[in-house]
Design a protein around this ligand. Structure first.
Ligand code: AMP
Length: 394
């Protein structure tokens, strides 16, 4: 059977994964990361099952050149010759209100992805560049998997901002939610581990990485999530502020003299953990906090307090089957998980300190009789490969 290539092209990185298909399931083979796109010190690293990890320089490479190089390196390493590729899956950040599921890419679909660039100017144009390159160079079925799609089930009460309705309707101003592929993957995986049919499964999913979001899933559907119109709303993130008083940008423009573009950049790129502590690397922040650094400790406390606030909010939907931690921080930091979960016994949440530190097989870290808490490694690429297989039948 032919192989599946999954491409996640961003403005500064291009990631690509190759999957074989065994028993009608995608099976990971190899991954490539083209880092620092467009920069003089750009590099491409390829690793995978049974091959030696290799890194080559790709100085000044565009997204298109990076994908071309990736395909060549995959072929040279014996991972996947061009003619063995059967389908390509692409991550697309913003699908607007038009997509509630992945779609086979056509000219109409690329036009919509392009239209949605006004909502996601950092992401959709880069996603589209990857799609257009692959469509120009391969006559294979290609599938777009949207970060927003999983959240299309959110009811109006969760998607509507309390602003004049005619404006919202005219400009598509609403809460869309992101990280949908990750929330969908980990909630499916958790339901499977708990032997609960997905359509009956309820959970609070916490994707805590450099980008971070919480999602309330009820009966297998997203009913609320912390990111909104853009991926800026909600939790405190590496460089994004998350929720702030909406007056802050006006104050910064009127009183501090920032331009609108400066204010946008400040909330997206200079805030969050970075703004509070000077670093957006949670590993470094936790170790500085442990060593007594007050700014780092405050960053950790604010990050965790915001997560707890959303857990509290989402518990109002009823007792979930599980809380799920995922993302670089959620998967790897027992200290952050412990801090998020401590003192919530009155809400039915109690971590088992030893299990949390040791992370037992299966990933369940909750105490007996409490709401189950799972740590589940997210795998957005596998999810995209599954959807590509389902729609494209390579
Ligand atoms: P992601 O965006 O999902 O790759 O997550 C990146 C974040 O995970 C960064 O802030 C990393 O510092 C953080 N991270 C990774 N490993 C650890 C760890 N062992 N402890 C704390 N944070 C970690």
């Amino acid at each position: 059977m032919k192989k599946i290539l999954v491409i996640n092209s961003g403005s500064s990185t291009v990631k690509a994964d190759v999957f074989a298909v065994e028993n009608n399931q995608p099976v990971f083979q190899a991954k490539a990361l083209a880092d620092k796109i467009g920069k003089a010190d750009g590099s491409l690293t390829v690793k995978g099952k049974g091959i030696e990890t290799r890194t080559v320089a790709i100085a000044g490479a565009s997204i298109e050149t990076a994908i071309r190089e990736i395909i060549e390196v995959f072929a040279a390493a014996g991972i996947c010759a061009r003619e063995n590729l059967g389908a390509i899956g692409h991550r697309v950040v913003h699908g607007g209100s038009k997509f509630s599921a992945p779609a086979i890419i056509t000219d109409e679909i690329t036009a919509v992805i392009s239209e949605m660039s006004v909502f996601a100017p950092l992401h959709n144009p880069a996603n589209l560049a990857g799609i257009q390159f692959c469509r120009a160079h391969f006559t294979l079925p290609q599938v777009a998997v949207f970060d927003t799609a999983f959240h299309q089930t959110m009811p109006a009460v969760a998607t509507t901002y309390a602003i004049p309705r005619e404006l919202s309707e005219k400009y598509g101003i609403r809460r869309y939610g992101f990280h949908g592929t990750s929330h969908e993957y980990v909630t499916h995986e958790c339901a499977r581990r708990m032997s609960i049919p997905y359509e009956k499964f309820s959970a609070i999913s916490l994707h805590l990485g450099n980008g971070a979001s919480a999602c309330a899933v009820q009966n297998g559907k997203s009913i609320d999530t912390s990111m909104g119109f853009t991926p800026l709303e909600g939790l405190v993130m590496g460089t994004r502020s998350g929720d702030v008083d909406p007056s802050l940008p006006f104050f910064l423009q009127n009183m501090v003299g920032l331009s609108a573009a400066d204010a946008e950049s400040l909330f997206n790129k200079k805030s969050g953990l970075l703004g509070i502590s000077g670093s957006n690397d949670m590993r470094e922040i936790v170790s500085r906090a442990d060593a007594g650094d007050a700014a780092a400790l405050l960053a950790v406390e604010i990050f965790c307090a915001r997560v707890r606030k959303y857990i509290g909010a989402y518990l109002t939907h009823g007792r979930p089957h599980a809380l799920i931690f995922t993302g670089g921080i959620g998967e790897n930091s027992p200290a952050i998980r412990q801090r998020v979960l401590t003192g919530l016994g009155h809400l039915g949440i109690a971590p088992d300190r030893q299990k949390n530190a040791a992370l037992p097989e299966g990933g369940c870290i909750s105490a007996e009789n409490a709401i189950a808490v799972f740590v589940i490694n997210t795998d957005e690429e596998l999810m995209i490969a599954r959807e590509t297989l389902r729609l494209a039948h390579p």
